[in-house]
Write a protein that binds this ligand. Structure first.
Ligand SMILES: [Zn+2]
Length: 295
């Protein structure tokens, strides 16, 4: 058992399943000098996987950058990628809805939400109140979750390509150090619980580390326009005169006019504007800080 991998509750189940699958395909992979293919669902998972596979073949990414998986369906070539992979790692049905049909019952699919290894929070309504019995799926923005995901990915990559195990382990440790340093840097000059608004509540998991706190969302989904009643509610309950609104794309001027004084920052939930997880996370936290400062 890999000592870096700490999934106490469910680790045995994962390991047995992986080992059985590994045993079945061992004959085939022994004949091939090529690395076995691991596929990952979306951009944040691909960034975390890249951190682990640095210096070795990278995983394939199924969903396009910009598509976290909430909506839509996948192409026949994506389905072939899934079939041809040794393992396909995804968060799970609650996030990548568009992959459920292909992955829910696939024998080579591993859903991270099945493991009790992550900090989890309930989803929140547009006033920021928790919704009982729900789980917010945007877990990767919590630095501890990001580190736990890299540990899980290191185990999965190690089962697929054991010859790179030492590299994966070294990369996992390096990632944790870089992530911790980034969090310390962001926390150095910020007060806790600074309020912000989100168009769509996708940033809950960065709040503790970035010292910010949601004061309401415009809409329950980034594809739905905000209702006039919600804009009124936000204005009536604004915790600071000057507010920051985090958007997934450029906010319409007419919308901003109804929330003045407000600054905005564009933060794409799947981090598809970044090529490195820690850099992308740091940039997101810093830009939100600048926005909260009213710039
Ligand atoms: Zn989302």
């Amino acid at each position: 058992m890999n000592s870096v991998f700490t999934f106490p509750a469910r680790s045995i189940k994962l390991s047995k399943r992986l080992l059985m699958t590994a045993a079945l395909v061992l004959g085939a992979s022994a004949l091939s000098a090529q690395a076995a293919t691991v596929s990952v669902s979306n951009h944040p998972m691909a960034l975390l996987s890249q951190a682990i596979t640095e210096g070795t073949p990278a995983a394939k990414q199924i969903l396009q950058a910009g598509d976290v998986g909430h909506h839509g369906s996948i192409s026949p070539s994506d389905k072939k990628t899934i079939q041809d992979s040794k393992y396909v790692v995804w968060f799970g049905d609650a996030l990548e809805n568009s992959l459920t049909g292909s992955l829910q019952t696939a024998p080579n699919a591993i859903a991270l939400f099945d493991f009790k290894a992550f900090n989890r929070h309930p989803r929140r309504d547009i006033t920021g109140a928790p919704i009982a019995g729900t789980l917010d799926p945007h877990i990767w923005l919590d630095p501890e979750n990001a580190k736990a995901i890299t540990r899980a990915l290191a185990v999965i990559h190690s089962h697929a390509n054991p010859k790179y195990k030492a590299t994966y382990q070294a990369n996992t440790e390096k990632f944790a150090q870089r992530m911790d340093a980034a969090v310390a840097q962001v926390q150095k000059n910020t007060q806790k619980n600074r309020p912000y608004w989100a168009y769509h509540d996708a940033y809950q998991y960065i709040e503790n580390a970035a010292h910010i706190k949601l004061a309401g969302s415009l809409s329950p989904d980034h594809h739905l326009s905000p209702k006039a009643s919600q804009l009124r509610w936000l204005n009536e309950n604004r915790p600071a005169k000057q507010m920051c609104l985090i958007n997934q794309s450029t906010a319409a001027k007419g919308l901003l006019a109804k929330l003045q004084p407000v600054s905005t920052t564009v933060q794409i939930e799947d981090m598809s504007d970044s090529q490195d997880f820690v850099e992308g996370w740091t940039k997101m936290a810093q830009q939100i800080n600048t926005c909260i400062d009213g710039q």
